[in-house]
Design a protein around this ligand. Structure first.
Ligand code: WT7
Length: 565
């Protein structure tokens, strides 16, 4: 297969990093274990490795976090972060929260969110960070399935949590104050607070640590549980792929509710002692450029949709000094070659694509800084990772052949389990291969080219949306009899959610009704799952035998329409 885009070799500086390549054949993940502290007990804790360790090593005064939101700006050192997480951890522990309990964190991108996640991990709890834009139903499904006993939130976001419907929920902590005495306010740290000793719960590498819910093409979202052992992969990819060094100011734009925002928004950078930037608020091109300039961001990890939105505002670039940037990475959806060209032309930097999934916990297929980029390809497997293109029987296909992208089992950040769903967990594997569900081919040099999904999953702006979840919500609306939801190709968002609906007798197709249905999904589920387009049909295409809705048929027609227009 040909590639009309010119291959982009690394720059001279990047090329210096090519020694990583030499490790490809000899590298073993076990060799990374020597990086960790192992306490006296031979055990570990992610929160210790991310925070306390740096204080013990003499870096307590180093800035760990720069928070920017509008005109607000706040900085936390590793020492302050240690004190704040110790204090919250001690509070949770004193109230009986134990190892393995599920603590959910529902907060905006704010230092409090990072403190809450790491404090929960410190005491060995399993933390469930929730995306800040989730609405009642999305929150309920996750917390109910996970039997969460503790929630950390603030009084504003709490209004969206259906607390009375959550039988396992025992206590709610808020980061602000409230008149409601059943809510426990987390006290603010003062300079009089002394160090708290021995609050860390030392655990095994395989003990559960964080859970992210993610969608597939069927059923409700599934809980993907990761163990403390993800630190092995996240530490190493933080070095190899993010290329983090001591003086870096690193900005990952994802919220910790998504795996990118935890694996690479918290763990990888802090395991590597980098300073992270936390930007609160919604996307706005001006603000984003301003964050880079103000914080002096050097390494930046974001997503194609964001780059495409910024590309649209290229005229703004000249108003900002973006010269601090030295390394840019992308994840979550296909990175168009045009975006890479834009990066080279406007920022004088190559954008490095990376591929991985919620289930894989860490990056697997990447463009190392020292690697030639082939625009259109997601890159090559990391050292220590074996990838292949296989068929549905598990046979390896030849180079250039289209098939299922699979990874040989055994990398450290592989999910530990799907929460309370062993069958689902096993469905990811065939022989020794983990099946990604992505369709791809690999060229002679091992570069992987993403070609789409093998199932009906939708990827809108890098967010994974299960059609079933949206369809279920749509048919709860009194006017909707049946619904089918697909991802319609979109130049900015990659795909948008499009719904085909059949109306209940007596209702007629009109813009007001469509708007009402959209609002219904938006406020019940979440903004990103709302169908941006709704089309009313007399009936939905179905298979003759089982009567299953043929989403693919609808998608094929939609793509044909786009080609014709
Ligand atoms: C799915 C995983 C963990 C990263 C954030 C998304 C798609 C991911 C790429 C890429 C093309 C990509 C795949 C994958 N995807 N990265 N570089 N190029 N597609 O995690 O929500 O678990 O989604 O996102 O389809 O299977 P996720």
């Amino acid at each position: 297969m040909t590639n009309k885009f010119i291959h982009l070799p690394p720059t001279e500086g990047e090329y210096q990093l090519s020694h990583y390549e030499g490790t490809r054949d000899v590298f073993s993940w076990e060799s990374v274990h020597a990086q960790f502290s192992w306490n006296k007990t031979g055990k570990v804790n992610m929160a210790y490795e991310c925070i306390d360790r740096h204080v013990d090593d003499g870096y307590g005064d180093k800035t760990a976090l720069i928070y920017i939101e509008g005109t607000k700006r706040e900085e936390l050192t590793f020492h302050e972060l240690k004190k704040r997480t110790d204090q919250l951890a001690a509070l949770l522990k004193s109230r009986g929260v134990k190892k393995g309990d599920r603590v959910f964190v529902f907060l905006t991108k704010h230092p409090d969110c990072y403190v809450a996640v790491l404090a929960s991990i410190k005491i060995g709890a399993i933390v469930g960070p929730l995306f800040e834009a989730f609405m009642e139903e999305a929150i309920y499904d996750r917390m109910y399935d996970c039997e969460a006993s503790v929630l950390i939130t603030n009084s504003e976001l709490l209004e969206r949590v259906p607390v009375n419907k959550l039988p396992h929920l025992k206590s709610i902590y808020i980061t602000d104050e409230s008149e409601d005495e059943s809510l426990l306010s987390i006290p603010k740290l003062t300079s009089n607070d002394t160090e708290i000793a021995d609050v860390i719960e030392w655990v095994d590498l395989n003990d559960g640590m964080i859970i992210h819910y993610t969608s597939g093409s069927t059923g409700k979202p599934k809980g993907v549980l990761h163990a403390h052992r993800v630190m092995v992969q996240q530490y190493q990819t933080g070095k190899w792929v993010l290329d983090l060094r001591d003086d870096d100011i690193y900005w990952c734009t994802a919220h910790p509710g998504w795996v990118t925002g935890s694996s690479y928004g918290i763990f990888a950078p802090w395991l590597n002692r980098a300073t992270i930037v936390v930007h609160g608020g919604r996307f706005a091109a001006e603000e984003w450029f301003d964050v880079i300039e103000q914080a002096g961001v050097t390494v930046w990890y974001s997503a194609p949709t964001a780059f495409r939105l910024l590309m649209d505002k290229t005229e703004l670039v000249k108003n900002y000094n973006l010269s601090s940037l030295r390394h840019i990475l992308s994840v979550g959806e296909p990175l168009n070659p045009e975006v890479i060209t834009w990066g080279v032309e406007t920022l004088n930097l190559r954008i490095h694509d990376t591929w991985w999934m919620t289930e894989t916990g860490g990056q697997l297929i990447v463009n190392l800084p020292s690697q030639t980029i082939k625009p259109g390809s997601m890159g090559r497997p990391l050292p220590g990772i074996q990838a292949a293109i296989i068929d549905h029987q598990g046979n390896e296909l030849k180079r250039g052949e289209l098939g299922l992208l699979a990874i040989k089992k055994g990398w450290p950040s592989m999910m530990k389990e799907i929460w309370k769903n062993e069958e689902k967990y096993h469905s990811y594997f065939i022989h020794d291969w983990y099946l990604s569900g992505d369709l791809a081919y690999m060229d002679e040099e091992g570069y992987v080219f993403f070609q789409g999904r093998d199932d009906d999953m939708i990827n809108s702006s890098g967010e994974r949306i299960g059609p079933f979840e949206v369809e279920s919500k749509l048919i709860e609306h009194p006017a909707v009899l049946e619904a089918a939801v697909i991802g319609k190709p979109d130049p900015v968002r990659g795909e948008i959610v499009k719904a085909f609906i059949v109306l209940v007798g007596g209702y007629t197709d009109n813009p007001k009704l469509k708007k009402e249905i959209q609002t219904f999904v938006r406020y019940k589920l979440s903004a990103h799952s709302m169908p941006r387009e709704i089309e009313v049909l007399d009936e939905l295409p179905k298979t003759q035998i089982s009567g299953k809705i043929l989403r693919r048929e609808l998608k094929r027609k939609e793509i044909e329409k786009l080609v014709v227009n």
